[in-house]
Design a protein around this ligand. Structure first.
Ligand SMILES: *Cc1c(COP(=O)(O)O)cnc(C)c1O
Length: 384
């Protein structure tokens, strides 16, 4: 089959199954409102859980950082791209989360790929929760290690997977808060099982950091564990983008040698690191934002109990409604859109077949009124 025929066929198949993905350009996409073509929708699709993407202090910090450093880092951090702003942020993150070291990456996707590619060798085994993010599973697939996926949030399944003979090292992988279900991993048990098998544990807390736990320190701090590798990302609760890997001194030195996404990629702009430092301060002082978010979550769950769609066992900002059928999920999303509500339908392969869903995300930027409008629209859609 020619390149062209292959591409056309793949697109046609996606279309036929109701799985074609499209992007729409907005004038604003984060925060309380999504604005497009001069119209605005209440935004229930962004991961900006604390509303920090619009926070005046973080915006001012980015502007001040740009005035001081310019707008680009100029090179990889291994050349000239590493500034005092980067170093200061790494130190602040390490101190905040109680690790010896933090290393910045330009995205969570890159951090996950880099860590797994740098660590995993032939004969090693990676044992990942089967609902782990694409960046984790894909990196594991591409690595020379073998990949085993264990039953979602099941420490016994992890124990079983880790207990079959392995000639190399074992790495257990999970998320703190799962991105498409909003449920939390049983981290204390997973850490205990990993430790007993002499496996290392890697936790991706993209959706927990800043939002979950005392002072927003995330899922691991809340569970009282310190995994060997903790990945936190800045595109969600921090309201910006980028990521960091928290680890020991020697792992950090190893990653500085072998993490290709660090070595062969331009460092994040220093001004972004300055803005992230300001966002971190907002998070550290963010109890009021987190309380507000919790109240929205409670309000939504109380009002959604009578809906015909299954609510997820989630106490986080991610409150998906599992619809099942792809087209039904798209129709529900369209019905909400007609009522001025923006909320994406998430379909396979992002989620398992037959579990297409409306991924509702609540944020501190919402008002009570927004939640009520959403609930009313959902109840009306349920009545048909
Ligand atoms: C969003 C996400 C990532 C990717 O992070 P980016 O910084 O957006 O590249 C990684 N892991 C999980 C669980 C995520 O939800």
């Amino acid at each position: 089959m020619s390149w062209q025929a292959r591409i056309d066929e793949a697109l046609e198949q996606r279309r036929q199954h109701g799985l074609l993905r499209t992007r729409t350009a907005s004038q604003q996409g984060s925060g309380r409102w999504r604005v497009q073509d001069g119209r605005r929708w209440r935004n229930f699709a962004s991961n900006d859980y604390l509303g920090l993407s619009q926070h005046p202090a973080a915006i001012a910090a980015w502007q001040q950082g740009a005035a001081r450093y310019g707008i680009g880092s100029g090179a990889s951090g291994h050349v000239t791209g590493y500034s005092e702003a980067h170093a200061g942020l790494e130190q602040a993150l390490a101190d905040w989360l109680g690790y010896p070291r933090a290393l910045l990456f330009i995205s969570g996707f890159a951090a996950n790929q880099a860590v797994i590619a740098a660590l995993a060798q032939k004969h090693d085994r990676i044992v990942a929760d089967r609902l782990s993010h694409a960046s984790l599973l894909e990196a594991a697939h591409l690595s020379p290690a073998t990949l085993t996926r264990f039953r979602h949030n099941d420490p016994e399944a992890l124990r079983a997977a880790l207990s079959t003979p392995c000639d190399g090292q074992q790495l257990a992988i999970t998320e703190g808060v799962f991105s498409m279900d909003g449920d939390s991993a049983p981290l204390a048990d997973l850490a205990e099982v990993s430790r007993a098998a002499q496996a290392w544990l890697m936790v991706d807390d993209a959706h927990g950091i800043g939002v979950v736990g005392e002072g927003g320190r995330g899922s691991c701090h809340a569970a009282g564990i310190q995994p060997e590798l903790l990945v936190v990302t800045f595109g969600k609760g921090f309201g910006i983008s980028g990521a960091a890997v928290l680890c020991s001194e020697s792992v950090a030195r190893y990653l500085e040698q072998f993490a290709r996404h660090l070595i062969y990629s331009t460092a994040m702009p220093p001004a972004q690191a300055v803005a992230l430092q300001a966002a971190l301060t907002c998070i550290q002082q963010g109890d009021a934002l987190r309380d507000r978010l919790q109240r929205h979550i409670q309000r939504f769950r109380d009002g959604a109990r009578q809906l015909p769609w299954q609510l997820s066992a989630s106490h986080t900002a991610i409150q998906p409604l599992i619809v099942g059928d792809n087209q039904a999920a798209l129709s529900l999303s369209a019905a909400l859109s007609a009522r001025g509500i923006w909320c994406s339908a998430i379909r396979p392969p992002t989620v398992p077949p037959g579990t297409a869903r409306l991924r509702i995300t609540l944020t501190a930027a919402h008002e009570d009124e927004d939640i009520d409008v959403l609930l009313e629209a959902l109840h009306d859609a349920a009545r048909g």
